[in-house]
Design a protein. Structure first.
Length: 261
């Protein structure tokens, strides 16, 4: 599905069913350097169980026109424009990593439009290692290699994809490699610079779920738990995996989201 947001073409996967603005909507927001394909299982499930789904490609990612948005705050404002373009008054937001920061910031800015939150692989502070930032700025393949190495948990390094014959780390690397030059660097710089997560969390009033990986190296479990403590009534689902829980443990991630959404 193509939308026009701020004059730019934006692609959103709808989970195999046409988007219906009158049905309860869920917007899935991917992480740095990735695209809508990170949410294949989860988006399809909800689309076939009474929800309208938009698994978006953020500007400059996947099939969406650029440029990439330079800050978490700008991306949060963009989410409101996306809802306008889709013709929906409100939605649940599901975000992973950078996408979780965007969803959190959007909920703080648009309390009347965000009915529920699910934040995956997130922490209040998400600093990016200087070596990774530098490699991304130079558009070096090393940047993607570092992300998949640190992002996937120990079991994923050995295989174990739910679909026989597919490779989790290889798939992640290919997705990052498809990014236009400069997109990954812009994403990582936005995460590195963002310092408003705790203030945003204090403003959230909708039901909120945190899905956290016990072996997450990029946003360690303790950071996610600390941020969850800032939101009244927030629930936590802990999964035995690394940072890429919706790929590493898709069924467990879906179970957590089903209960919350």
């Amino acid at each position: 599905m193509d939308l026009k947001v701020d004059g730019k073409r934006v692609f959103a996967a709808t989970g195999g069913r046409a988007f219906d603005a009158a049905a309860p909507a869920i917007v899935f927001i991917h992480g740095a350097g990735f695209d809508h394909t990170a949410w294949q299982l989860q988006a399809r499930y909800f689309a076939h169980h009474g929800r309208s789904v938009l698994a978006i490609d953020l500007p400059g990612h996947g099939r969406s026109e650029g440029p990439a948005l330079a800050s978490i705050a700008a991306a949060a404002d963009w989410v409101g424009h996306l809802l306008d373009a889709a013709g929906t008054k409100s939605a649940a937001l599901v975000g992973h990593s950078m996408g979780a920061l965007i969803a959190l910031a959007a909920a703080a800015r648009l309390p009347e439009r965000v009915r529920a939150l699910a934040l995956l692989g997130v922490a209040a502070k998400m600093p990016v290692h200087p070596d990774l930032l530098g490699a991304a700025e130079r558009n070096e393949p090393r940047a993607g290699e570092l992300i998949v190495d640190w992002g996937f948990g120990p079991a994923a390094h050995l295989g174990g994809h739910r679909a026989p014959g597919l490779w989790m780390m290889g798939g992640g690397l290919r997705t990052i490699e498809r990014s236009a030059p400069g997109v990954l660097a812009t994403d990582l710089a936005a995460c590195n610079a963002y310092d408003g997560a705790e203030a945003d969390a204090a403003r959230v009033r909708c039901p909120t779920l945190f899905v956290l990986g016990a072996a997450d190296k990029m946003t360690p479990l303790k950071g996610g738990l600390a941020l969850a403590a800032k939101i009244a009534g927030a629930r936590v689902a802990r999964i035995e995996c690394g940072h890429m829980m919706m790929v590493e443990r898709p069924d467990a991630t879906l179970d957590a989201l089903r209960e919350a959404l």
